[in-house]
Write a protein that binds this ligand. Structure first.
Ligand SMILES: NC(=O)c1ccc[n+]([C@@H]2O[C@H](COP(=O)([O-])OP(=O)(O)OC[C@H]3O[C@@H](n4cnc5c(N)ncnc54)[C@H](OP(=O)(O)O)[C@@H]3O)[C@@H](O)[C@H]2O)c1
Length: 282
């Protein structure tokens, strides 16, 4: 049996859809804190089990009989090391044989502040003695698509990524990779650096946006503090604004770039091009 945490999230649901192409529904365990969110998966025969990342006892029960676990990193930044520790300890208690963890691209050398909790989790996995495989995911292309409508409205796309190349891919691409790894043999010990086939700068994103929309949009690079202030002004909460601004600065230092093409090799097709994602967003 294969279990997936964060199964009600955007990535988790895509992974399960992908797995359902090759694995019987009753061999899949979707672990969520709120089962009603994925009732449709339960209706299709997936075993939906309730456990929050805070509740180790519930996690142990939810992992009963599970051979392989995909630990999708929690979205609660700042709480994640503790939450992931609960999952890893529960997996140990439940006798899980392999954990795949969605980490961050080049986590061990990443300039992004976000890397800290991923590095801590990778260390916990090492110390757990449970065989594990790392899916070090790069940026989702979707992270930038929410900025498309305001960019079109104002003719300016703001950020702090400078000339940093961002080799993003879509959630669907990363989900296909995760599903593949969960069904392949001999994955223990592997570290996948997963990113899109082509890197692009935010200036290149605006060139493509201009081409497709017919409306001129230029990229304006801002110091980290100014970008954060602009995000706060747009209504984002403090933590998220700080995280996005810090991540963009990390991108300016090459933190979101990789050209090893391990993602497309794993999924057996090219990753989704930026132009295609922008077309869909438009
Ligand atoms: N590579 C990137 O660009 C990028 C961007 C954003 C996030 N991420 C990371 O990748 C992960 C998956 O991405 P996503 O787009 O699927 O995120 P998402 O849609 O926000 O899903 C997050 C999942 O985590 C679950 N979760 C959060 N706190 C939990 C808790 N205390 N106990 C149990 N479950 C909890 C959520 O459950 P509910 O449905 O109940 O809320 C949801 O299923 C994120 O959580 C984050 O760590 C990566």
């Amino acid at each position: 049996m294969i279990a997936i945490t964060g199964a009600s999230g955007q990535l988790g649901q895509l992974v399960i859809e992908e797995l359902l192409n090759t694995v019987a529904a009753d061999q899949l365990v979707a672990i969520v804190r709120n089962p009603s969110k994925i009732q449709t998966l339960a209706d299709r025969g997936v075993q939906v089990r309730a456990a929050s990342y805070e509740d180790k006892a519930a996690l142990v029960k939810a992992l009963a009989g599970v051979e392989k676990l995909l630990l999708i990193s929690s979205s609660e930044v700042g709480q994640r090391a503790v939450q992931h520790r609960n999952v890893i300890e529960a997996a140990k208690e439940a006798g899980v044989k392999l954990i795949a963890y969605t980490s961050l691209l080049h986590a061990d050398s990443s300039p992004l502040g976000l890397a800290d909790e991923h590095v801590a989790t990778e260390k916990m996995l090492q110390e757990s003695g449970i065989p594990f495989v790392l899916l070090r995911n790069g940026w989702y292309t979707e992270n930038y698509l929410a900025s498309v409508p305001p960019a079109l409205e104002h003719g300016v796309f703001i950020g702090s990524a400078g000339d940093g190349k961002i080799a993003s891919a879509t959630r669907t691409d990363y989900a296909a990779a995760a599903a593949k790894v969960m069904t392949l043999e001999n994955q223990a010990g592997k570290v996948y650096e997963l990113a899109g086939d082509h890197g692009w700068t935010l200036a290149e994103l605006t060139t493509e946006l201009t081409k497709q929309s017919g409306k001129t949009v230029v990229y304006q690079n801002l110091p980290e503090a100014d970008f954060k202030a602009a995000l706060l002004g747009a209504g984002l909460p403090e933590g998220l604004a700080a995280l996005l601004a810090n991540s963009d600065v990390g991108a300016s230092k090459g933190g979101l770039f990789d050209d090893s093409r391990q993602l497309s090799a794993l999924i057996g097709r090219p990753t989704t091009a930026l132009a295609e994602s922008l077309r869909a967003a438009l």
